[in-house]
Design a protein around this ligand. Structure first.
Ligand SMILES: Nc1ncnc2c1ncn2[C@@H]1O[C@H](COP(=O)(O)OP(=O)(O)OP(=O)(O)O)[C@@H](O)[C@H]1O
Length: 312
């Protein structure tokens, strides 16, 4: 369990984390989202004692990280997978960490097996692919068999197989009852991996809810396609119903269910070629939540502006 209370970090005049409160619970994966510069890494660094709060506090299993006698047994962190001694073999790298934290050497082989590194454990870390480096970072985070894991962008740069592996792995860790806090910019991946989401924007919590609640906050709509779409649009027009024309034969309808639209078309004898209920996505919800929170907004024509256009 991680608990942040009025957690604040200032760098000079800049407030990176602004009086943040949240609880990260065991037995589930909590996704940590936010635009670049929102304060996610700073918060994670304060959780593991790498940065000191300017005000407020954050505890892991009831105590600040630094007050735990064996912090590695409480919290495992993957904050920068590239920060390893490249001349060592993976096994020796893990042995060195284990030795300095009083962890028995037998645990090294266990985490090598858990993360699927057996075939490369004797190889120098310097020659590792990004995916192998991420697995090694996870192996190091697991050395102390911690109840809490903090993983900053664990799928960053991984190929689809690596992404799938990390997803299954973190779900398994949560299923074992561990607390897992995971940051990522990949919304589709987060929707598949996380149970709960905390969204930061400019150092503040802008959402803290289950994935289902966050996705449910977006508006679903019904896409309707017909060679006589104008007649359908006229038939369903009423207060509280929004009809948006997207193509000459296609409309998007907000405020009516697919059933009602289908019945209305039947009543006037018009054939429908498509009648699709489009659910909101985590990405859409995220774009709505953080619309006013991004540090740098790109202008129309850029990828972000197009993505926002879709979100609208
Ligand atoms: N050591 C530092 N000195 C000064 N400012 C900093 C420092 N570290 C972070 N910041 C600032 O604090 C803010 C939050 O940064 P942080 O890295 O926590 O954001 P983030 O949400 O992790 O972003 P990203 O998604 O880009 O990793 C940013 O405005 C950043 O420039």
């Amino acid at each position: 369990m991680i608990e942040a209370t009025s957690l604040t970090k200032r760098y000079g005049a800049r407030t990176a984390v602004d009086s943040v409160d949240f609880v990260v619970r065991p037995g589930q994966v909590t996704g940590f989202l936010g635009p670049n510069g929102a304060g996610k890494s700073t918060t994670m660094r304060m959780i593991v004692g790498l940065d000191r709060p300017s005000a407020g506090r954050v505890t892991v299993n009831g105590k600040p990280y630094a007050e735990h006698h064996s912090p590695l047994r409480e919290v495992g962190a993957l904050l920068d997978a590239k920060a390893v001694h490249t001349g060592r073999s993976a096994r020796n790298h893990l042995r060195a960490i284990a030795a300095t934290h009083g962890i028995r050497s037998g645990r090294v082989d266990q985490v090598i097996e858990l993360t699927g590194l057996q075939s490369v454990a004797g190889k120098r870390v310097g020659g590792f692919s990004l995916g192998m480096g991420q697995r090694l970072g996870l192996a190091a985070a697991l050395l102390g068999d911690p109840a809490t894991l903090i993983l900053d962008e664990p799928v960053n740069g991984l190929d689809p197989e690596g992404v799938l592996w990390v997803r299954g792995f973190v779900r398994q860790l949560a299923a074992e009852g561990r607390t897992v806090l995971l940051s990522s910019h990949l919304m589709s991946e987060m929707a598949l991996t996380a149970d709960h989401i905390i969204v930061l924007g400019k150092g503040r919590v802008v959402a803290d809810a289950t994935v289902a609640e966050i996705v449910g906050s977006t508006h679903t709509f019904v896409r309707v396609r017909s060679p006589r779409i104008d007649e359908v649009a006229r038939r369903i027009a009423q207060a509280d119903v929004t009809v948006t024309s997207v193509e000459s034969d296609t409309i998007e309808v907000r405020g009516l269910s697919a059933d009602v639209i289908g019945d209305a078309a039947l009543a006037i004898g018009v054939a429908l070629h498509e009648l699709t209920t489009v659910q909101g996505s985590l990405e859409e919800a995220y774009m709505q939540l953080t619309r006013d929170e991004v540090e740098y907004r790109t202008t129309v024509g850029s990828g972000l502006a197009q993505a926002e256009g879709v979100a609208r």
